[in-house]
Design a binder for this molecule. Structure first.
Ligand SMILES: [Zn+2]
Length: 255
């Protein structure tokens, strides 16, 4: 037996579908390719070995059969890997990601501060700290059962990350649209129920209680106010509207 054969005991054929191709080297996109493996490995490690984070994968077929991440690959296996689909009937197959999220709770990575504010504006529980270390993010994600939003693919490949999403777009408005589409959030939007600054919940507050803190024109033209339970910031209808990107207003059903 030659050295080459000893080193590569298994040959597996892979094919990635749809946007999972974004993660692959150009030569591997939208077509089958082979990988030689020195020893058997889990389907999850095989997929991440191709630089595709497991959190992006919703369905795996091995030789046409639905498979989980833990299955060990065998010589000659054909592995097809699918992303989260919006509308494809794969009800008989095992879906690997919970979707839609029943209780969407997010944790935004350090460079997604503006997206975090938009998600809070839409009423979604979104934790964000620009000083958190990776370990702290991971710990909070598990403790609070949050879905990690990040632009760092390596972070998603960490074993502790169960739910996560790699944000592709550069612009915050596009990011908001992308995340809303991916997690099917359109029907769950509740603008101005959550504080954009601290993620605290807003509660209605009588005008008398906050009147000292309002500018004269606000005091004159507005009657209903909310206050953040956590940081006590005061909000009113129109308080930020003029400054909000029109596309965000459309996404949040405000216009
Ligand atoms: Zn607040």
């Amino acid at each position: 037996m030659g050295d080459r054969q000893k080193q590569n005991k298994l040959t597996v054929t892979l094919r990635f579908y749809e946007e999972l191709n974004d993660f692959l080297n150009p030569g591997r996109r939208n077509s089958e390719f082979e990988r030689q493996l020195p020893e058997t490995t889990s389907v999850k490690d095989l997929i991440e070995g191709c630089q595709v984070p497991h959190t992006e994968v919703d369905m795996i077929l091995v030789n046409g059969e639905s498979s989980g991440f833990d299955r060990l690959v065998r010589d000659g296996d054909r592995v097809s890997v699918y992303p989260v689909f919006e509308s494809l009937d794969i009800s008989s197959a095992t879906r690997l990601q919970e979707r839609p999220l029943r209780d969407p709770r997010f944790l935004a990575d350090v460079n997604l501060g503006k997206l975090a504010r938009y998600l809070r504006m839409a009423g979604f529980d979104t934790s964000y700290r620009n000083d958190a270390r990776d370990e702290e993010l991971a710990e909070q994600m598990i403790r609070e059962n949050r879905t990690l939003l990040t632009r760092d693919r390596r972070l998603l490949m960490r074993r502790v990350v169960e739910k996560g999403y790699l944000v592709r777009s550069d612009r915050p408005v596009d990011q908001l649209e992308e995340v809303m589409r991916r997690f099917d959030l359109a029907g769950k939007v509740a603008p101005f129920t959550r504080c954009m600054h601290c993620n605290g919940l807003l509660c209605p507050v009588p005008k008398e209680e906050v009147t000292q803190r309002l500018r004269p024109l606000t005091r004159k033209y507005y009657d209903s106010f909310s206050q953040c339970r956590q940081c006590e910031r005061v909000y009113w209808k129109g308080s930020h509207r003029d400054r909000i990107d029109p596309r965000v207003q459309v996404l949040l059903g405000m216009s």
